[in-house]
Write a protein of this length. Structure first.
Lengths: 687, 155
């Protein structure tokens, strides 16, 4: 147990623990559990944007052979009010948006359930709707806080005075479109009631939180609810908390007294499981001629639904990125007749940094300063918002290292000056940041009869590599080879744990795993349960963030406006990297999603009928293999003892932050056209 | 209902099925072969890709009843017993997946593509692999690793 010649597992490029299961098809996701006698549920969704259901005729559906039930507000059980209107299925005849679940059908087979769902007839009393986020909307309001609990507005000094005193001012408005998470696995749930308790196999990023939420909704003792997610086919935030299909499965299984499963259709993912809000962002930067910032203003306008407030924290990164005496960041929201927006990879930082880092590029052009040097000149000595030190901050190192690797030196800043046949060529850079969080978690460590160790924690591996990273962390804490550790995750029975969100998974779970493993070594036998509530509470007051920089080369076809990316590089300062193989994948995946945001993704709202029009993967574009050329990730040495026992920062989200701005900045450098409205469509480059 | 015969991963099956059943639902719901995934059910994502009579096909777009007598290979049929198919081993080694949900489709598609390229006498460089693998979406963004894994096996 105390081998001395062991190579540490942390830092080694271990292949994914569950790799074999995933490449052989053995890995079972929520919908695929082999449960005897399972019935199939299909959701019926509203065809009006707002109003009330006046009549439901289920007779044709119920007459079909094999149909077990049609569920609606007329016959569904009452649920406890939990403050999330998206989960209050069948509690009233009201419709809040087009695509909301209004009925559910349960049948012996999927084919019959689908047929029956189409046979349910609904009449509505439709009301006028408003589904469009637009500048100057009369119903903009100031939310009490922004997601999850940041102040809505933060002011330092006097922004107007700072702008008036500046030599150079950038005042520009940027917009981003609604974009949908679209994990490859559609949201799915399988519900099973036994002895008044509920077991839910769910496509979820956090089983512990989900089991509490579901228990509250169904007024059950949380002990009687078990949520399991051994494998999750991506989430990117949209599977953070239970979604309507989990509630439908649980209600249906109770009504038909059989296990019931449901998988949403791809189309349904465009309404009821969240998306990134569209934003309208006004950026105001005031600087001295030498580029030193005097004033930073960032105002974000965004949407929410009428049944749940989700206030994206769009300007929070602007609060700590750069120093300036006069600063103001604000958020305003309007509640529209739309599905509720929600978390999508780096909510807040991602759209906000598109605006800030585009504006910084505009400022660099206006001041005739290299954009890297501009950022370095405005590097703050401490967190400008909170007035406290950073635990570590490697932005400058990332910019310098990236410049070296990318070959930035000697770049001619003149826009539209490099042509290669039909193609205009340019390069761009942007900074990136993401907070380093940690949340209380509980882990169990046990010595097994065969000399191995079992570690259990209600972590979720949604593709992040959590199972593998935690195995490495446990191996080092126990002083054994990784092969001797059995890491069991994805089950609410394992106790309280952070969800896979906010890039805090590994930090939160890893802390608990280390504590449990060390305590087990001290105890020398049996089993130990450890939790980290005290350590998390006792964290010193420091500003903890990861930083990075993305570098992009673009080629823009002057005939078609097509944008190609022959080279993309991200360099990050993220503390200690647990597993370089899976970490690289996370960074590249994040940057790929950022490229996608820059060039492809856009959910188009139908003003007339209140629905996202391009609600499938033929019309909603995400990158395919041919869209992604050379893309690489690197990281700088960063040692930070003020984080967690591993010294690690979260890496799931920082890759996407900054990437869209780097692309847009490169497009400006290539073409001289500043695109402030994402995505950078062909028509925005061909005029 | 209709009766059909299929040879799946080398095994004969005689099946009585609802004529509305897609090949994908037949595999997943009737036979418990859940390796082929349902990502969109519209032939737009490729997660359900299987080899149908030796060619890669979207199982969600194939009505099972229309393929009586067909030979099907799913991801479960790629490995030879405990020995992974070279593509499977390369995917693990190159970290060519994250969540794993598109992976069975990527693997079957890659296997089909290698056969196509061989039949056509095409050399598979990175650009050619990217083009030929563009029917299989990966939302986690593992494309560079997928291309590297396939290139490893192709060479």
């Amino acid at each position: 147990m105390t081998g001395t010649t062991l190579t540490p597992a942390v830092g080694a490029p271990l292949s994914r623990i569950e790799g074999r299961e995933k490449v052989t098809g053995e890995a079972r996701y929520a919908y695929e559990q082999p449960i005897e006698g399972v019935a199939y549920a299909v959701a019926v969704t509203s065809t009006v944007a707002t109003g009330e259901i006046t009549r439901i005729d289920a007779s044709r559906a119920l007459a079909l052979r094999g149909v077990l039930a049609v569920i609606s507000h007329e016959n569904a059980p009452r649920l406890a009010e939990v403050g999330d209107g998206e989960l209050m299925l069948f509690q009233s005849p009201k419709v809040a948006y087009r695509g909301q679940i209004v009925a559910g059908v349960v049948a012996e087979s999927l084919q019959t359930a689908q047929e029956a769902a189409a046979a349910v007839a609904l009449d509505y009393d439709a009301a006028p709707h408003d589904v469009e986020l637009r500048p100057g909307h009369p119903r903009f309001y100031k939310p009490e806080k922004v997601n999850p609990s940041f102040p809505t507005d933060v002011a330092h000094g006097d922004l107007d005075a700072g702008l008036a005193a500046a030599d150079v001012v950038v005042d520009a408005t940027y917009t981003t479109q609604p974009i949908h998470n679209n994990p490859m696995e559609p949201h799915a749930s399988l519900a099973l009631w036994e002895d008044g308790g509920l077991t839910l196999y769910d496509a979820i990023q956090g089983t512990w939180r989900a089991h509490n939420d579901i228990a509250e909704l169904f007024e059950l003792d949380p002990e009687r609810v078990r949520v399991i997610s051994h494998h999750v086919g991506g989430g990117f935030g949209s599977k953070g908390t239970p979604r309507p299909q989990a509630v439908l499965a649980a209600i249906a299984a109770r009504i038909v007294e059989r296990p019931v499963k449901i998988a949403l259709t791809r189309r349904q993912l465009f309404s009821m499981v969240g998306y990134r809000t569209p934003t309208i962002q006004r950026m105001r930067l005031g600087a001295a001629r030498d580029g030193r910032l005097r004033a930073i203003g960032h105002d974000a306008f965004e949407q929410t639904s009428t049944i749940r407030e989700f206030a994206e924290q769009t300007t929070i990164a602007t609060r700590h990125m750069y120093a300036a005496p006069d600063r103001l960041t604000t958020h305003r929201l309007v509640a529209l007749d739309v599905p509720t927006p929600s978390w999508m990879r780096a909510p807040g930082e991602c759209p906000g940094m598109f605006a800030l880092e585009s504006a910084m590029d505009e400022l660099a052009v206006a001041c005739e300063i290299d954009p890297i040097e501009l950022r370095i000149a405005n590097e703050p000595a401490e967190d400008p918002e909170k007035g406290i030190p950073f635990s570590s901050r490697s932005l400058v190192a990332c910019l310098r290292e990236g410049a070296e690797r990318f070959g930035w030196t000697g770049r001619d800043p003149t826009p539209g000056a490099r042509r290669d046949g039909r193609w205009l060529v340019g390069t761009g850079v942007a900074a990136s940041t993401y907070p380093t969080y940690r949340s209380p978690s509980q882990a169990t460590a046990r010595i097994d009869a065969d000399g191995g160790f079992t570690v259990q924690i209600a972590a979720a591996d949604i593709g992040t590599g959590a199972r593998t990273a935690l195995t490495q962390i446990a191996a080092d804490a126990l002083g054994v080879d990784a092969e001797r550790v059995r890491m069991e995750i994805g089950d609410s029975r394992f106790g309280q744990a952070a969800l896979a969100g906010g890039s805090m998974g590994t930090a939160s779970w890893g802390s608990a795993v280390v504590k449990a493993c060390k305590a087990l070594l001290d105890q020398g036998e049996g089993e130990v349960i450890a939790d980290t509530a005290k350590e998390v509470k006792a964290l010193s007051k420091l500003s903890r963030h990861a930083f990075g920089a993305q570098f992009v080369e673009v080629r823009v076809d002057t005939a078609s406006g097509e944008v190609r990316l022959p080279r993309v590089l991200g360099v990050f300062g993220v503390g200690r990297v647990i597993n370089p193989k899976t970490a690289r994948s996370q960074f590249i995946g994040g940057m790929t999603m950022g490229i996608s945001m820059a060039l492809h993704e856009e959910s188009v709202m139908d003003r007339e009928f209140g629905d996202y029009l391009n609600h499938d993967l033929a019309q909603y574009h995400v990158p395919v293999s041919a869209d992604i050329q050379e893309i690489d990730a690197a990281w700088v040495e960063e040692h930070d003892d003020e984080l967690n026992p591993m010294g690690s920062k979260g890496i799931g989200e920082i890759g996407i932050v900054g990437t869209a701005a780097a692309v847009a900045n490169a497009v400006f450098h290539a073409t001289g056209t500043r695109v402030r409205d994402l995505p950078i469509r062909l028509d925005r480059l061909v005029s | 209902m209709a009766e059909i015969a299929l040879r799946i991963n080398g095994e004969e099956h005689r099946l009585e099925i609802d004529v509305r059943t897609t090949l994908l639902d037949l595999l997943r719901e009737n036979l418990g072969l859940t390796g082929a995934k349902k990502g969109c059910d519209h032939g737009q994502c490729g997660a359900c890709t299987v080899l149908l009579d030796g060619r890669r096909a979207n199982a969600c777009l194939a009505l099972a009843v229309a393929h009586d007598g067909a030979e099907i290979v799913t991801v479960e049929g790629l490995a030879a017993g405990d020995d992974l198919h070279p593509l499977q081993a390369a995917f693990v080694e190159h970290d060519a997946f994250q969540c794993g949900y598109c992976t069975p489709g990527q693997l079957c598609s890659a296997a089909g593509m290698l056969a196509e390229a061989e039949a056509e006498g095409v050399t598979l460089d990175a650009a050619e692999i990217r083009e030929r693998m563009s029917g299989n979406l990966c939302r986690c963004g593992a494309y560079p690793n997928i291309v590297a894994a396939i290139a490893d096996v192709a060479s």
